[in-house]
Write a protein that binds this ligand. Structure first.
Ligand code: ADP
Ligand code: MG
Length: 263
């Protein structure tokens, strides 16, 4: 099996502060890898650096199916088959989901875009949203489902899911997890970032990695998520002999992160 995403000594800093401290990670095609970590450990930064957000100083390497990503512009990374599912999907009033997807599919040279959109919309229960504005007035769970629907249409080689479960109630988590599970295929590698292990009850990852202070400090099978669930990050930190993280300041609280989007 070839490697969908290979990260070697990936380091990133911003504002004079080192955030990612040498990440090594390989996700083979066909696998789902979960990256778990406390607030402020660098999970979103990892996604941003991979998808091409500017403003970071970056060293190391990130290869998608063998191609180096780090020097490329965002749209060129997307053309190679990278997609990011956002933690807070943006509402775009005035742009219909169907038109948005037709344009994206055509940019990627996908044939039968219109038919694929209809088919994926049925699969992910998005048909009634196709002729509404992208994410406009959707619930938290519907927005996340829409992100997964978009991935299904665009068939990425690598999907980055940043806290796809955040802000959702348990039924919505289960629904989004089912959608992620349907994305599993030998043609895609999935990097699923999560703070809580609850989504991993519904999408069983092939591997779990723990990110603390910008470094992967432990990797294992799905049982690692259970260990974390039982003892929290602090116990793992103690077991690994890591210092309690006085420096690991959480980012300023995001006013939207705790919104009860659903129910
Ligand atoms: P997570 O997603 O794991 O909660 P983030 O990747 O958002 O964490 O942030 C990791 C750390 O890096 C935090 O301490 C955050 O404040 C800091 N950070 C993120 N982006 C920047 C930036 N552009 N400039 C300075 N510090 C940043
Ligand atoms: Mg984050």
């Amino acid at each position: 099996m070839t490697t969908a995403l290979a990260l070697t000594n990936l380091e990133a800093s911003a504002g004079g502060r080192q955030i990612l401290n040498g990440i090594n990670l390989e996700i083979p095609f066909g696998e789902v890898h979960a990256v778990m970590g406390p607030n402020g450990s660098g999970k979103s930064t990892l996604c941003h650096v991979l998808s091409g957000k500017t403003g970071y100083e970056i060293t190391g390497s990130a290869r998608l199916d063998g191609d180096e990503l780090l020097a490329l512009a965002v749209h060129d990374r997307a053309r190679l088959g990278l997609i990011q599912c956002f933690q807070y999907p943006t509402e775009i009033p005035g742009l219909r989901l169907r038109e948005f997807m037709l344009e994206a599919a055509s940019e990627l040279g996908i044939e039968n875009g219109a038919a694929r959109i209809v088919e994926a919309a049925e699969q992910f229960d998005m048909t009634r949203f196709l002729d509404r504005s992208v994410n406009d007035d959707l619930s938290g769970g519907e927005k996340k489902r829409s992100e997964i629907f978009q991935m299904a249409v665009l068939s990425p080689k690598v999907a980055l899911l940043d806290e796809v479960d955040s802000g959702l109630d348990i039924d919505a988590v289960r629904e989004v997890a089912a959608a992620v599970d349907e994305m599993r295929s030998p043609e895609v590698g999935v990097l699923m970032i999560t703070h809580y292990s609850r989504i991993l009850r519904f999408v069983i990852p092939d591997r779990v990695h723990v990110l603390i202070e910008g470094k992967i400090v432990a990797s294992g099978g799905p049982e690692l998520a259970d260990t974390l669930e039982a003892g929290g990050y602090e116990r793992l930190r103690a077991e690994l002999g890591l210092q309690a993280a006085e420096e690991q300041k959480a980012p300023a609280p995001d006013p939207f992160s705790e919104l009860p989007f659903e129910g």
